[in-house]
Design a protein around this ligand. Structure first.
Ligand SMILES: *[C@@H]1O[C@H](CO)[C@@H](O)[C@H](O)[C@H]1NC(C)=O
Ligand SMILES: *[C@@H]1O[C@H](CO)[C@@H](O)[C@H](O)[C@H]1NC(C)=O
Ligand SMILES: *[C@@H]1O[C@H](CO)[C@@H](O)[C@H](O)[C@H]1NC(C)=O
Ligand SMILES: [Fe+2]
Length: 544
């Protein structure tokens, strides 16, 4: 309060100068991205499926023994699982016995049995059993099948929904059933991953014909059981799940997939198992279907609009989207295939500050910078993606190792939006530490070892920098008129600090963020905002 008007003016000028310096500095940073096209191309094994008699496809012994056991989340928040398996000799039983200690099963749940034909292939009896009312953060043991051919497994429920709940997701895509697929799966199983986010294209059974399609779905079910029976795999569908095969009389899209891989879609008010959402620990995960209608007014579009409203970043700060076809892909394979869904949903991703979008489809690895292309229209605008702090990071992990082989041809030159790309097989992990930090890593399959190749710290889009809108009454300034235009004043507040404890350094840090934000929102008003912001910064400093 002892400051004179002159001192204040001096400070204003100083701040203005500093802010301009920072502004120039930021512009340089924006263009100084070091894009990487890794020269490494790694395919250890030939792109052929593992033979049917290999032990990874072994059928468990015993009459009507359960096989192809896999689990997925069974509700919105993680207190339920759906346990699925196949038996071949008779339809029953569909019962799951479970409990919290080994070999002691106090509880039981009854499931359902279904079966289908595909050409002349007759599926086994497919069992799905919802086990709900579980405790959070608890290890459960479960037993399926009967008599001496029953089998036992276990899983761990996630922690209760909490903004700081740590959790480790694995991300796998386009897996298939080759020796490369096996390598990916084994590496993933040696990671700390607790749940798999699967980005579509499961078995590649559609590469076969007639009865072999069903046979290869069964082998794939037995192949992934080693992981999928013990932890949830969160499913999304890819093009290899469509199986539109009119020449053999099969025209119902996603038939095998829908019979075999249930999802908890009703819990998120979805009308289709192909798109849905779950919440797990500190993450809200939205699963989209690239091969279902998504344009305006379609069920998927309407559902997604509603689901974004249900996202509560105070409870689940991490917002993750899964879809099969990547929106930002600079590989020759499937180039531009994501454009239609980008046009439909990209602006929502920006508006809702999605943290990360995982996709598959392209059999290589690629990571983008935070960029967007939402101002383009068919009649105007710049069609080139621009840096955008509100945009998600886009990651393509279609590199599970299926029989179609690697997508080795990247477009040259590497576009500005592409941060890292490499044509090798592997998987990713996303290690959420708390509400602000997650550690992301892509692990290449390399000579029988997994090699962490691309990694970065992911800062949460919602919690790191929280845009607070203060009422101006509070600071004697709500809005100002400049040339008859009303400008509202927004202050950006760092999440961890209250406005009262701002010091000059913090103000400057926030000033940078503020400018960045306004450049995005309203480029023409930057100067006005800078002046306004300096004014209020100084005001707050004096008050303190
Ligand atoms: C399902 O299994 C039952 C009992 O074995 C059989 O009668 C029926 O034809 C099967 N249905 C299909 C669609 O395969
Ligand atoms: C499993 O149980 C069945 C029927 O109870 C019996 O016939 C069979 O011999 C048993 N098999 C083994 C390996 O114990
Ligand atoms: C969140 O985790 C990061 C990385 O482990 C750590 O540096 C940071 O201090 C944590 N923040 C809080 C509020 O615990
Ligand atoms: Fe695909």
């Amino acid at each position: 309060m002892t400051m004179t008007v002159a001192t204040m003016m001096c400070m204003c000028l100083l701040l203005l100068q500093l802010s301009i310096t920072f502004f120039v500095f930021m512009c340089c940073v924006g263009n100084g991205n070091a894009r990487i096209t890794s020269a490494f191309v790694r395919s250890e094994f030939p792109s052929v499926d593992i033979p049917l008699d290999n032990k990874v496809f072994a059928v468990p012994k015993g009459y009507n023994a359960p096989q192809q056991v896999h689990i997925t989340q069974g509700d919105y928040d993680g207190k339920a699982v759906i346990i699925s398996w196949v038996t071949t000799d008779e339809p029953g039983p569909s019962k799951v016995q479970y409990g919290t200690s080994e070999k002691t099963y106090y509880y039981a749940a009854e499931g359902t049995t279904t079966n289908y034909t595909f050409y002349k292939y007759q599926s086994g009896y497919i069992h799905h059993c919802l086990v709900d009312g579980l405790e959070f953060d608890t290890k459960y043991y479960y037993k399926i099948g009967s008599g001496n051919s029953s089998r036992e497994f276990w899983f761990q429920t996630p922690p209760e929904i909490d903004p700081d709940a740590p959790y480790i997701f694995g991300i796998i895509g386009d897996l298939g059933q080759t020796y490369n697929s096996l390598s990916t799966l084994e590496h993933y199983m040696h990671s700390e991953g607790q749940t798999v986010l699967f980005v579509g294209d499961l078995s590649y059974a559609d590469r076969y014909q007639y009865n072999d399609v069903g046979v290869r779905w069964d082998t794939w079910g037995r192949f992934v059981e080693q992981s999928a029976a013990y932890q949830p795999w969160i499913w999304s569908a890819g093009n290899h799940e469509i199986e539109y095969m009119p020449y053999m009389g099969e025209v119902l899209p996603f038939k095998s997939y829908l019979y075999r891989f249930p999802t908890p879609y009703a819990a998120s008010k979805s009308s289709s198992p192909l798109w849905y959402a779950i919440r797990r620990a500190s993450a809200h995960i939205i699963v989209l279907s690239s091969y279902s209608p998504f344009v305006t007014y379609t069920p998927q579009w309407l559902w997604l609009a509603e689901e974004f409203k249900r996202v509560n970043r105070e409870k689940t700060p991490w917002l993750i989207v899964l879809m099969h076809v990547p929106i930002y892909n600079s590989n020759e394979a499937h180039f531009m295939e994501g454009e239609s869904i980008r046009a439909a949903f990209e602006s929502w991703f920006i508006l809702n500050k999605v943290d990360i979008v995982f996709a598959g489809h392209v059999h290589a690895y690629e990571r983008s910078y935070r960029i967007s292309n939402i101002h383009y229209s068919v009649s105007s605008g710049d069609p080139y993606p621009v840096p955008d702090e509100s945009a998600p990071v886009y990651i393509t992990v279609g590199d599970g190792g299926n029989q179609e082989g690697l997508a080795g041809r990247f477009r040259d030159p590497q576009p500005d939006y592409s941060a890292f790309r490499e044509a090798s097989y592997g998987h990713s992990t996303l290690e959420i530490k708390n509400r602000t930090h997650a550690f992301y890593r892509w692990n290449r399959n390399s000579d029988g070892k997994q090699v962490p190749t691309d990694s970065f710290v992911l800062h949460n889009q919602y919690c790191m920098i929280k845009y607070e809108i203060f009422s101006v009454e509070k600071y004697a300034l709500t809005y100002i008129y400049i040339k008859d235009t009303k400008y509202h004043l927004y202050i950006i507040q760092d999440f961890e600090r209250g406005i009262k404890s701002y010091k000059i350094f913090d103000l400057l840090t926030n000033l940078i963020t503020c400018i960045r934000y306004y450049v995005l929102v309203n480029p023409s008003a930057v100067y006005v905002y800078i002046c306004m912001y300096i004014y209020i910064c100084v005001y707050i400093y004096i008050v303190n």
